[in-house]
Design a protein around this ligand. Structure first.
Ligand SMILES: Cc1cc2nc3c(=O)[nH]c(=O)nc-3n(C[C@H](O)[C@H](O)[C@H](O)COP(=O)(O)O)c2cc1C
Length: 207
């Protein structure tokens, strides 16, 4: 690991570490939630399993502060991870490139309500319905630790970003490139706003 001179900012070559980080992505998820009578969902690929106890599954999901979904999860403490199937590719456009702040994104998408009240999208590879138990602030995003309270695998295959990306219509791909460039600029500033006391004053039970 190298460091920029006179700076704590690491000197990273994205082309060199990008292939490694791409290996850490989850399948494409529609992260849905319900708060104060409002339903919403967004696309996410930053999720992982977070429990070794088979009958007490937990997940960690990273949601960006600026997303409407973040506001709703923070209010309600509930979310469902809907694993997309290859047939659900259009949901990337509907849920991942627009905000629920600009209109009801679920209006044309069939769903039922899960145990937590979160929308469970019809079809797909399966779903996990979850209640948040803790959260870590990353400055630009929050890593939510959540307990799985219900779920089912429907079968078929999950859709992965590396397979979906080349199938996107050009207009969607261009829109995504524009959106992510703007969000990277916001994140680069916001990620330095993590409260240093949270790590400096760390205490861990049982270690
Ligand atoms: C392929 C893809 C992956 C994404 N991964 C994440 C993610 O892991 N976390 C996140 O917060 N947003 C992610 N997004 C962005 C949100 O889905 C997007 O900003 C969405 O418009 C937010 O909607 P909302 O404002 O209704 O919550 C992803 C988008 C796409 C297209």
């Amino acid at each position: 690991m190298s460091q920029s001179p006179n700076s704590d900012t690491p000197n990273i070559n994205p082309a060199s570490v990008g292939p490694l980080l791409a290996q850490l992505g989850a399948p494409l998820l529609a992260v849905s939630t319900h708060a104060n009578g409002v339903d919403n969902a967004q696309i996410a690929v930053t999720a992982s399993a977070a429990s070794i106890v088979l009958h007490r599954p937990r997940v960690i999901v990273q949601i960006y502060h600026t997303n409407y979904t973040h506001q709703l999860i923070a209010e309600s403490g509930v979310m469902a991870l809907n694993f997309l199937s290859p047939e659900q590719l259009p949901l990337i456009w509907q849920l991942g490139m627009h905000s629920g702040r600009d209109g009801d994104k679920l209006v044309d998408i069939p769903y039922e309500r899960g145990v937590t009240g979160s929308p469970i999208l019809t079809g797909g590879f399966g779903y996990l319905d979850c209640r948040v138990v803790n959260a870590m602030d990353g400055g630009d995003m929050t890593a939510f630790l959540a307990e799985v309270v219900a779920g089912a695998t429907h079968g078929g295959q999950p859709l992965r970003w590396r397979d979906a990306r080349p199938r996107l219509p050009q207009q969607w791909a261009d829109e995504w490139d524009r959106k992510i460039a703007g969000e990277m600029a916001v994140s680069e500033i916001a990620m330095d706003t993590v409260n240093p006391a949270a790590w400096a004053n760390r205490t861990f039970k049982g270690s």
